[in-house]
Design a protein around this ligand. Structure first.
Ligand SMILES: NC(=O)c1ccc[n+]([C@@H]2O[C@H](COP(=O)([O-])OP(=O)(O)OC[C@H]3O[C@@H](n4cnc5c(N)ncnc54)[C@H](OP(=O)(O)O)[C@@H]3O)[C@@H](O)[C@H]2O)c1
Length: 293
């Protein structure tokens, strides 16, 4: 039995669907069973025969985190440690989702799993702390770092761009930050492959869709596909901005590309290119992308 933690978030919702489609027995919880309550989570798992805890719950509001350090630390560091301790006591394994924000983004080649972490904001620091507390608490762990996630079950860059492009004549998007847009559907499929793999390869791995792009070029591709699939009717100029022209509370990594060599070698995954996945996402979800987004 798999316990899916954070099953109402963007990734968690997608993963619940993927586990069901794969015929994998699972039980899901979200905020109603807080990962900050060790006794409650221990009582919940009792007698369920849990073999994997998969944690998608987190504090993910990157900007707000700068003002909510304590809550962010509790959710991203203490929470995963609580789950890892519980996994250890059950003899179960834990799969935990982490982020490119553990790196500072000053790299010039795709980040490997063993590159030193150097987070530049509260969110990244707390996620890095969560990783190390989880590693120390339970040796049977898989930490999966991902980046630039979008999907149908949560607020994300694709929806934001389509909404802005419908409403405005001109928008500006940062062109000097690069990463790999990643469809939650693809990440969920990777998690399914890992938990059903006949051999357990514990450790830290990176997963994003293949390819890399700037936010600005990502926005242009969203616009091109939005037009193609009838989601955008009016023109909107998309200006390229520098990070300095688009000040935010938290500094974001300039280079967020993650190497996927390790996960491909250990689990034999075939990872889709981000452009193909974006097109499939837009094509298959265009009916939902009406006024709702
Ligand atoms: N989104 C991205 O671009 C991105 C990029 C890299 C890595 N990641 C990582 O990917 C994972 C999933 O991200 P996501 O975007 O799917 O996040 P999300 O949509 O914010 O989902 C997180 C879920 O955790 C729940 N939660 C909050 N506090 C909780 C608690 N005390 N106990 C149990 N559940 C609680 C949240 O509920 P509420 O909504 O009610 O707070 C929410 O349903 C996270 O680990 C994140 O760090 C995300």
């Amino acid at each position: 039995m798999i316990w899916l933690v954070g099953n109402k978030g963007m990734l968690g919702t997608q993963l619940g669907l993927a586990l069901t489609a794969a015929g994998l027995e699972h039980v899901g919880t979200d905020r109603e069973l807080s990962i900050l309550e060790p006794e409650a989570i221990a009582a919940f798992v009792r007698g369920k025969g849990i073999s994997w805890i998969v944690n998608c719950a987190a504090y993910t509001a990157v900007e707000k985190a700068e003002d909510e350090v304590e809550l962010c630390t509790r959710l991203n560091a203490e929470g995963p440690e609580n789950l890892a301790r519980l996994a250890l006591s059950l003899g179960a394994a834990i799969l935990h989702i982490s982020t490119d924000y553990v790196f500072d983004g000053s790299g010039k080649r795709p980040y490997r799993e063993d590159d030193p972490v150097a987070p530049i904001g509260v969110y990244g620091r707390t996620k890095a702390e969560g990783e190390s507390r989880l590693r120390a608490a339970c040796p049977k762990h898989v930490i999966l770092r991902t980046a630039w996630l979008y999907g149908e079950h949560g607020a994300n860059f694709v929806y934001t761009m389509l909404r802005l492009m419908r409403a405005k004549d001109r928008i500006g998007v940062v062109a000097d930050q690069r990463g790999s847009p990643t469809w939650a559907f693809d990440l969920a499929a990777a998690v399914v492959s890992i938990v059903r793999a006949p051999a357990r390869h514990y450790g830290t791995y990176h997963f994003t869709d293949e390819g890399e792009i700037s936010w600005h070029d990502f926005a242009l591709e969203i616009q091109r596909l939005g037009r193609r699939y009838g989601l955008l009717e009016r023109d909107c100029a998309v200006d390229a901005l520098t990070t300095a022209q688009y000040p935010t509370k938290v500094r974001r990594p300039a280079y967020s590309v993650l190497s996927k060599e390790a996960i491909k070698a250990s689990f034999g995954l075939a990872i889709p290119d981000w452009r193909e996945s974006l097109e499939t996402f837009i094509k298959t979800n265009r009916d939902r992308m009406g006024p709702r987004i």
